[in-house]
Design a protein around this ligand. Structure first.
Ligand code: MIG
Length: 783
């Protein structure tokens, strides 16, 4: 369609439950090269009926979803199969575009002042919902950000709207600086727009059920999923800016092992490099990296290196000289090399929007892979630069000029344009270059990449951490809505700097933070270098004991986490989930921001306030819950005030679920011999069946893409568990059943028909434990 102002409009069912709306103000659509969209996937165009009257054009799909396009004035409305409005333009605020500046904007009516919004990637706002907030997307290095600072490192212009149990999603496919006014200036409407580009957005109708699950499934199909990470990456990571020299790194590793605190990964921050030259080592601090890395490996530690995009301008440094010679670096509009100060002082920057530069940078990882480095942490890729004399004063941590000038040209993979269009993609494309480079060089391993900056789709290449947070209780509390919203924005592998990056936490704050993070997808302690040591054992014996138990808990839950990452890879579902996502029909969950779920079955309610030894805990309606520690049943649908002593992370398990845990190990290399416990959460109603799967494979490599995997399928009925195996891999052994929430000793227990005499029954903690023979098929408990 063309409008009277010669703009082009395209409205289509992009997929059955996705409506795509494109408005090209200039009259021509951009080439469809979106970096956000996962182009590896085949898409079928759904069957659509089109009808037309004098004033309207109507598209409808096989589910009866309708898009009604009013011709004059131009406006759009989407209705579900029962004729309820999913989303509609505000008739008083038509879609706007300004051909001279390139700005575009559109306005939608809110269903109500209490329509809530979620997602939006990484935002440092308190509260779970984004209603009444104003959001900007422009990747920014925000050291020690205050709560409410916006924008920060990542930009994901995707959100969910939730009202009365019905959801839709909206992804604004625009990489320029975008903004969303979610009912801030007027409670009646929300407004979004951009500095340039197309008004191109996808509406996820949520299918028949209009559920968050379905919205995310479709969004993940559009922008891609995180491939199954190596098992070690789900272990405990330890970092500091920086651990050096080599002896200190060894001391840290030894610190974990001698105290029997589990850990898998040590991160080396920028001081390992020779004068901050990326892909080099400081030979005095680290005289023999391969030997150190291999010794660490023998001790069960993987080494991860930080990698910055800035390449030191130094003709005698091979990476720079080579990159310059073959034209890999970003240029100024006049064709000279763009140079900015970062850690190595004057530096040049690869143009990651250019396939050639991505391949070239990706090849540099060979050196580190040969040395035995296991993973890479890409920092400063907003891109961040220091202020130079050339930029205007005043210097500040969050100055908008601390990146490339907006008129800087980029290759854009055949679609050249300026930094205005490509700024928000720079970090994601650096992560892509890293992921693809490492995968090509070490094709039998699963890459581990951790990135600070990113855009929608970053999950295809990388895990994400929330940058330079602060050692305060507020920041601990903030981490839950931040990580939960990031998780439902399609990025499952997320974590924050445990203990706070900047400043020194108290022992209590560190312990509570570690607890809150222990069951988040990515677990890493990190810190600036100018405060006292803050490894988990640095806060006195009592806290060492508590912190050890917290990390042990993480390791016990690894089989469950791993299964969830596999589920994500297949279905796009997140690992960490806000309560509203899982229980959209329970309105009391909509604003809960101090609890989260891990998968379907575990609810975590960490303590995020100082000195709090009781806290209110809400357990959602639509399921029944058992306190993981006491085995007591807790009524759902209301707030309970429960004891939360300093050595306990409150966890609740869903009745009917079967949650696999493993015995405590010191690192994931010990997993093959760690036996599995199936934790059966009892109390399922008669006649009901719950199905659970435990997924197992080698934890590394791609054997699982053929037949080296195993699924343990568990069918849970009131008095019976049936166990079936699929796949060829011989995974960890199922060794114990622990029934949690069991109030009396069963009258009879049978395993594959044979009565069982020996078991442990704990009347106080409502638990029953049975040791299993190998390869059992069925176990029955008669109460
Ligand atoms: O300008 O490499 O967010 O995790 O320790 C600071 C030093 C650069 C910022 C990262 C932080 C890292 C630090 N980096």
């Amino acid at each position: 369609m063309e409008t009277s102002s010669r703009a082009k409009v395209l409205i289509e069912f992009f997929d059955v439950d996705i409506v795509r709306i494109r408005v090209a103000p200039g009259g021509a659509f951009e080439r469809n090269i979106s970096y956000a969209i996962d182009h590896s996937r085949d898409r079928k165009t759904p069957a659509v009926k089109v009808s037309q009257t004098r004033s309207e054009i109507i598209l409808s799909n096989q589910h009866g979803t309708k898009v009604v396009i009013r011709k004059i004035p131009f406006s759009i409305k989407i209705l579900d199969e029962s004729g309820r409005t999913i989303l509609e333009d505000d008739p008083r605020h038509p879609t706007l575009f300004d051909k001279s500046t390139g700005e575009i904007q559109t306005t939608k009516l809110r269903k109500s002042e209490i329509e809530t919004y979620y997602g939006f990637g990484e935002k440092a706002f308190t509260g779970m919902s984004r209603h009444g907030q104003y959001i900007v997307n422009w990747n920014t290095d925000t050291f020690s950000y205050a709560i409410g600072t916006d924008p920060i490192y990542q930009s994901i212009p995707f959100f969910y709207a939730l009202y009365d149990g019905k959801t839709y999603g909206l992804y604004f496919n625009n990489t320029f600086r975008t903004y969303f006014d979610m009912g801030k200036t007027s409670p009646e409407r929300y407004i979004f727009g951009a500095d340039g580009g197309e008004l191109d957005y996808f509406v996820f109708t949520g299918g028949r059920e209009r559920s968050p699950r379905k919205v995310l499934e479709d969004y993940a199909n559009l922008t891609g999923k995180t491939p199954l990470p190596p098992m070690w990456a789900l272990g405990n990571h330890q970092s500091r800016w920086s651990y050096f020299p080599e002896s200190r790194v060894r001391e840290i590793a030894e610190g974990f092992r001698s105290r029997r605190i589990p850990a898998d990964v040590i991160h080396l921050d920028i001081d390992y490099m020779d004068g901050y030259r990326v892909f080099t080592w400081d030979k005095e601090r680290f005289p023999n990296p391969p030997r150190m890395i291999s010794d660490l490996k023998n001790d069960g530690f993987k080494t991860v290196l930080i990698i910055d995009p800035g390449v030191k301008v130094d003709e005698k440094y091979g990476v720079y000289a080579d990159g310059k010679k073959i034209g890999m670096f970003v240029k100024n509009p006049d064709g000279s090399e763009l140079q900015r100060d970062v850690w190595p002082k004057a530096s040049a920057f690869p143009d990651f929007t250019d396939q050639k530069a991505r391949l070239w940078f990706g090849d540099q990882f060979k050196k580190h892979l040969d040395e035995g480095v296991a993973g890479f942490w890409t920092d400063m890729n907003e891109p961040a630069t220091f202020m130079t004399e050339k930029t205007e004063k005043p210097e500040s941590n969050h100055h908008p000029a601390k990146t490339f000038p907006i008129n800087t040209p980029h290759a854009g993979d055949g679609f050249p344009d300026t930094h205005r269009r490509y700024h928000n993609l720079y970090g994601m494309q650096m992560a892509r270059s890293t992921f693809e480079g490492v995968k090509k060089l070490a094709p039998d391993k699963r890459p581990f990449v951790l990135t600070r900056a990113g855009f929608a789709g970053v999950q295809r290449y990388s895990a994400v951490w929330t940058g330079d947070n602060y050692a305060s209780w507020d920041h601990l509390a903030l981490s839950i809505p931040m990580l939960a919203n990031l998780s439902v924005s399609g990025v499952p592998f997320v974590g924050c700097d445990v203990g706070g990056f900047n400043e020194m936490p108290s022992g209590e704050l560190y312990a509570r933070w570690l607890q809150a993070a222990a069951l988040t997808p990515f677990l890493r302690s990190h810190s600036v270098g100018w405060v006292k040591n803050k490894e988990p054992w640095e806060f006195g014996d009592e806290f060492t004991r508590i912190n050890r138990a917290t990390i042990e808990l993480r390791y016990q839950f690894l089989p469950y986490f791993y299964t969830l990452f596999r589920e994500h890879e297949l279905t796009g579902q997140p690992v960490m989930r806000p309560l509203w996502y899982q229980y959209p029909n329970d309105k009391q969950t909509y604003l809960i921001d101090d609890e989260y779920m891990v998968g379907n079955d575990i609810l975590v309610a960490p303590v995020v306030k100082q000195g709090m030894t009781t806290r209110g805990i809400y357990l959602p309606l639509g399921a029944e819950w058992i306190d993981w520690w006491t085995g007591e049943k807790i009524e759902s649908g209301k707030i309970h005030y429960l004891q939360t002593p300093i050595d306990r992370l409150p966890i609740f398990a869903r009745v009917g679920s079967v949650i696999p845990t493993q015995l405590v190990i010191q690192h994931t290399g010990e997993m093959p011999s760690a036996n599995i416990t199936l934790n059966v959460i009892v109390g399922i109603s008669p006649g009901k069946t719950e199905n659970t799967v435990l997924y197992q494979d080698a934890g590394e490599g791609y054997g699982y893409k053929s037949n080296e995997w195993r699924e343990v399928k568990i069918e849970h009925q009131r008095d019976r568990l049936k166990i079936n195996y699929a796949g060829n891999f011989s995974g960890q052994k199922l060794r114990y059943i622990q029934a949690i929430g069991i109030r009396q000793k069963p009258r009879e227990i049978r395993i594959d028909g044979q009565p069982v005499q020996t078991f442990e029954f704990d009347k106080v903690l409502n638990r029953l434990k049975i040791e299993l023979p190998e390869q059992l098929k069925e176990i029955s408990l008669v109460y």
